[in-house]
Design a protein around this ligand. Structure first.
Ligand SMILES: NC(=O)c1ccc[n+]([C@@H]2O[C@H](COP(=O)([O-])OP(=O)(O)OC[C@H]3O[C@@H](n4cnc5c(N)ncnc54)[C@H](OP(=O)(O)O)[C@@H]3O)[C@@H](O)[C@H]2O)c1
Length: 298
């Protein structure tokens, strides 16, 4: 089929991308990581232009999925320089390296590029990010498509999947409060979210890559998302239910969340991909049970 290079391969989504392409016939895969490199993952600091260029020139991918990003709110909110170095400047380096070897660039982005005021947001809708993370990811999108004119941006919402620690995903982290049944916990029941399993995103990336190899004119902005509208409160209740845990200690908070401003409902319109016959969606309850099982207190 081809050769795919995946940045951020040690991350929540990157691990699923590695598994998806390694498990499919005909793909040669190279995963890049930084602090968690090792095993089959090559250590490359994406801020090092020469190292990126050399790695990409050597592997010569047909597809380059750029999944590495700074998404930790503590860094994004406080250190704009560090965030921009990875989300924007490293994107420029990666995109140029992809162009130089004729690889199709897929830049992973977020529903946070939208203000969430007029859902569902179409791929043609003008973005209007409300917080620093959304602003930096939108800047990354612009750089990606400016450099790789026939590349792609794939926007996805809040992700969950097999986690190394419960706080690795903004979905799984809720299970801490769910299991702490002695303590009343206010859970946001305001912002609408569409939790999406990383395996679904990885499958969509492979389908998109395979489609592009057949049709070189395919490019631009794409959206993929789970189809269940939830809030952090309803996700928590679902977690309690699938493990038959009490939920009376979980209290819905109807006010907008504090901290960095968040879109109210950044639902993504996925019709561009479904019209191409691309997509995969697994049910939340079944999948979250599987993901959280290792963290269930005995
Ligand atoms: N998680 C979500 O809910 C979510 C939602 C919407 C969109 N997204 C987007 O989806 C993509 C993947 O997110 P994720 O959740 O998988 O992120 P993640 O778990 O935080 O992983 C980030 C990845 O970036 C790598 N990285 C960090 N600094 C690096 C550097 N200087 N050089 C090379 N690699 C570096 C990390 O490598 P090491 O750990 O090895 O250092 C890690 O593999 C991102 O573009 C993100 O913006 C995520």
């Amino acid at each position: 089929m081809g050769r795919v290079l995946i940045t951020g391969a040690s991350g929540l989504l990157g691990r699923a991308l590695m598994q998806e392409f390694q498990g499919a016939a005909g793909w040669e895969v190279l995963g890049l990581a930084y602090s968690r490199a090792g095993g089959s993952l090559k250590k490359v600091d994406l801020r090092d232009q020469a190292a990126v260029r050399e790695t990409v020139q050597e592997f010569k991918p047909n597809i380059l999925i750029h999944s590495a990003a700074q998404r930790r709110p503590d860094v994004v909110e406080k250190d704009e320089e560090a965030t921009s170095a990875l989300n924007v400047e490293a994107t420029r380096t990666v995109a140029q390296a992809a162009v130089d070897v004729g690889a199709f660039l897929v830049y992973m982005s977020t529903d946070y590029v939208f203000d969430g005021k007029s859902p569902p947001h179409k791929v043609t809708d003008p973005p209007n990010p409300l917080n620093k993370y959304g602003i930096s990811k939108l800047a990354g999108e612009k750089v990606a498509l400016e450099v790789a004119k026939d590349g792609a941006v794939l926007r996805v919402p809040i992700l969950y999947g097999p986690v190394e620690a419960i706080d690795e995903s903004a979905v799984t982290v809720l299970f801490g409060a769910v299991q702490n049944t002695e303590k009343t916990a206010k859970m946001s029941d305001y912002e609408r979210r569409y939790p999406t399993h990383v395996d679904d995103i990885a499958a969509v990336c492979r389908q998109l890559a395979e489609k592009r190899l057949q049709d070189p004119s395919l490019h631009g902005v794409f959206h993929w998302s789970g189809d269940e509208e939830m809030t952090k409160y309803t996700m928590s209740i679902a977690m309690a239910e699938v493990f038959s845990l009490p939920s009376s200690h979980l209290v819905p908070d109807k006010e907008p969340s504090g901290g960095a401003p968040r879109p109210y409902n950044a639902q993504l319109d996925v019709s561009r991909l479904t019209d191409l016959g691309i997509g995969k969606t697994r049910p939340f309850r079944e999948s979250i049970k599987e993901v959280l099982q290792p963290f269930l207190k005995k």
